[in-house]
Design a protein around this ligand. Structure first.
Ligand code: HEM
Length: 536
C-alpha cells in the first residue's frame, strides 16, 4: 500500500542538525541562523507600520520557524487571543490569518486583485512545481492563460461530456469495495479504493485513460506521487521555506522535493507522449486535458515543463482531496447509526432498491446532500486552503497588510464558528437542510455568512475542480449509503482528530464493515465490469 503518508518533513531541528551531512563550521553558521530566527525579539512587529502609522494585525510575539503537526490547533488558540485577523511570523515571512467568513470575503473576494498571488515557496513552488501547475503560478497573465486552458475541461458544461465516466467509476468504486470485502463479510480499509476512484476520474479528464485495478503499477505510482506532494507542501511545515540559508544546503527535504519533481516529469511526461503517439497514429482520442494542451501547445507557447506540470496538477490536486472527503465520510458515518438510518429511509422512499442514485437525483435527496455538506464542513481536507499572497500594501480596518504577505484562510475556525454553525463540533447534517445550492453557487453569495463552507477556497483562486469534485462526491457517497450499512469495528476505534498529510489531510488508516443493505445490491453492482481503456 502506498497510500500511507510518509510524514518526515524537516520540522525537526534535531533531524536537520544530525541527519544532514555538514562540516562543523557549516553547523555553527546554521546554528546561528536558526537561533536568530527563533530568539530574535520581534522588533519588527512593533516597528512595521505603514506611512500613516497603521500597525500590522496583532499576533504572538514569538517568531516561529514553522508550525508542527495539526497547526489548526495553534491557529485556533491564537484567533481566540488575537481576534479574527491576526499575524504571525514564520522565519522571515509574515503571515496574516483570516478566521472569519466576512473578512475572508472582504480580502480574498472583494479585493481579489491584491490577494490572489502565491508565495514562491521554496519546496512547493520552486523545487517541485517550478512555478507552474496553476497552483504555483503567481497571479499574472501566465496564470490567467493556464487557468483558462484548465477550465475548458472543468466547467459545468464540460463535465457533462464525461458524466458517464464519473458514473461508471462510482459504480466500480462501490463494486470493488463489495467484492474485496467478500460481499461485506470482511473488514476493509477503503483508502486505496477511494484513491483509485479519484485517480481514475482525473486520469480520464487529463489523459483519456484509467487504471483497471488497485494493483496496477500506475495506481501505485500516481498515488505515491500525490501522497508525497501532500506531505511536502504544507504551508508552514518546511523550515527550508522560511529560512533562506537552509535552501543552499542538501537537506533530506530538498532532495525529496527534487525527486518528486523528477518523478512527476517522468510519469506524466511518459503519459503525455502516449497520448501524442495515439493522436499521431490517427486515433480519435477522446477529449482530455493533454489533447487540448498538445493541440494548442504552439499557439499557447507552452514548453515541456508546462505540459508536464499542467497535466499532473489535476491528479496532484484532485485525488487526495476528493478521496479524503470520501474517507472522512466513511470514518465519521461508521459510528453514526441514527444518521445512516435517516439517510437509508430517504433513499428507500425516493429511489427505492431497484436502482441507485444518479447525478440527476441530487435535489430529490436533501438529507444525503446535507450529509455531504456537513462532512465537507466538519472534515475539510485542507484546513488552511492554499495560502494566497498579497501583491500590494493594503489597510484593512486600520490594520496594515504589507505587500508580499501570505494570507491564510483559516477554514478550521471559519467552519467552527458558533454564530454560523451552532454547536459546531457536533456532526449535524440537519444544519444544511433547505440548502439547495451547489458549492460553486454558494461561493458566489453576496453575504459571506450565507455560504455553505469554504472547503474549496475563495476568490479568483477558488478550486477550478469544484464542479467535478462535487459530482464525484455525490455519486460516491450517495451510492455507498444506498448499498451499505457502514459500521466501525468495535475494537478498532477510528480517530476523527488525527490525520496524515501536511497540506491535504486524510484520516489515519482504518477499517470498516460494509454490509450490503439488501439483496438487490449484488445484481446492480455486477451489472458493470472493470474495463481497460488503454494500457500505459
Ligand atoms: C474535494 C475535492 C477538492 C478540494 C477540497 C479542493 C480544494 C482546493 C483548494 C482549497 C484550493 C485552493 C483555493 C484557493 O487558493 O483559494 C484548490 C485549488 C486547486 N484545485 Fe482543488 N480541490 C478539490 C478537488 C480538485 C479537483 C478534482 C481538481 C482538478 C480537476 C482540482 C484542481 C485544483 C487546482 C488546479 C487548483 C489551483 C488553482 C489556482 O491556483 O488557480 N481540485 N483546491
Amino acid at each position: 500500500m502506498v497510500y500511507v503518508a510518509n510524514n518526515t518533513p524537516d520540522t525537526n531541528l534535531l533531524n536537520l542538525f544530525f541527519a544532514t551531512p555538514l562540516s562543523v563550521s557549516s553547523r555553527c553558521v546554521l546554528f546561528v541562523v536558526l537561533a536568530l530566527s527563533f530568539i530574535l525579539p520581534f522588533v519588527l512587529r512593533r516597528s512595521l507600520v505603514d506611512k500613516d502609522g497603521h500597525p500590522i494585525p496583532p499576533g504572538p510575539l514569538l517568531r516561529y520557524a514553522f508550525l508542527r503537526r495539526y497547526p489548526e490547533r495553534a491557529l485556533q488558540a491564537w484567533a481566540r487571543t488575537y481576534g479574527p485577523l491576526f499575524s504571525v511570523w514564520m522565519g522571515n515571512q509574515l503571515f496574516v490569518v483570516v478566521s472569519d467568513a466576512r473578512i475572508a470575503k472582504d480580502l480574498l473576494v472583494s479585493n481579489g486583485a491584491i490577494f490572489s498571488s502565491r508565495k514562491p515557496y521554496f519546496m512547493k513552488n520552486q523545487t517541485i512545481l517550478r512555478g507552474r501547475a496553476l497552483t504555483a503560478t503567481p497571479y499574472s497573465d501566465t496564470w490567467r492563460q493556464h487557468r483558462r486552458i484548465a477550465m475548458q475541461l472543468l466547467t459545468q458544461k464540460a463535465i457533462q461530456g464525461y458524466a458517464p465516466v464519473l458514473d461508471y467509476e462510482a459504480h466500480i468504486l462501490v463494486r470493488s469495495l463489495y467484492h474485496e470485502s467478500k460481499m461485506g463479510t470482511l473488514p476493509i480499509n477503503p483508502a486505496h479504493f477511494a484513491g483509485r476512484y479519484a485517480l481514475n476520474n482525473m486520469l480520464t479528464i487529463s489523459f483519456a485513460t484509467r487504471t483497471d485495478s488497485t494493483l496496477d503499477p500506475l495506481t501505485e505510482r500516481a498515488l505515491a506521487l500525490a501522497t508525497e506532494f501532500m506531505d511536502l507542501t504544507g504551508p508552514w511545515s518546511n523550515m527550508v521555506d522560511f529560512i533562506e540559508p537552509l535552501q543552499r544546503i542538501p537537506t533530506t527535504t530538498r532532495s525529496r522535493g527534487r525527486r518528486l519533481h523528477d518523478g512527476i516529469v517522468e510519469v506524466y511526461g511518459a503519459m503525455i507522449m502516449r497520448v501524442k503517439a495515439r493522436m499521431d497514429a490517427g486515433e480519435d482520442v477522446p477529449d482530455c486535458l493533454v489533447k487540448t494542451l498538445l493541440l494548442t501547445q504552439e499557439q499557447e507557447k507552452l514548453d515541456w515543463e508546462d505540459l508536464c506540470m499542467l497535466s499532473a496538477v489535476f491528479t496532484l490536486g484532485g485525488v487526495h482531496s476528493t478521496a479524503g472527503v470520501i474517507l472522512w465520510f466513511l470514518a465519521h458515518i461508521s459510528s453514526q447509526p441514527d444518521i445512516q438510518a435517516k439517510a437509508h429511509a430517504e433513499l428507500d422512499t425516493v429511489i427505492g432498491r431497484d436502482y441507485w442514485p444518479t447525478a440527476e437525483d441530487e435535489q430529490r435527496l436533501p438529507y444525503i446532500r446535507a450529509i455531504i455538506k456537513e462532512v465537507e464542513r466538519a472534515h475539510a481536507p485542507f484546513w488552511m486552503a492554499t495560502p494566497h499572497y498579497s501583491t500590494e500594501d493594503f489597510v484593512y480596518n486600520g490594520m496594515y497588510i504589507p505587500q508580499n504577505t501570505v494570507v491564510v484562510l483559516n477554514c478550521y475556525n471559519i467552519h467552527h464558528n458558533e454564530e454560523k454553525y451552532p454547536d459546531p463540533f457536533s456532526f449535524n447534517p440537519d444544519r444544511y437542510l433547505g440548502n439547495t445550492l451547489t458549492c460553486a453557487e454558494s461561493s458566489k453569495l453576496p453575504n459571506a455568512m450565507d455560504r455553505d463552507h469554504w472547503m474549496f477556497g475563495a476568490g479568483r483562486r477558488i478550486c477550478p475542480g469544484i464542479h467535478v469534485a462535487e459530482r464525484e462526491l455525490w455519486l460516491a457517497i450517495s451510492r455507498l449509503l444506498w448499498a451499505f450499512d457502514i459500521r466501525a469495528l468495535p475494537d478498532e476505534p477510528i480517530s476523527l482528530e488525527e490525520y496524515e498529510g501536511e497540506s491535504g489531510r486524510t484520516p489515519m488508516p482504518y477499517r470498516v464493515m460494509l454490509t450490503p443493505r439488501h439483496d438487490r445490491v449484488q445484481a446492480l453492482l455486477d451489472a458493470e465490469q472493470e474495463v481497460t481503456l488503454m494500457k500505459l
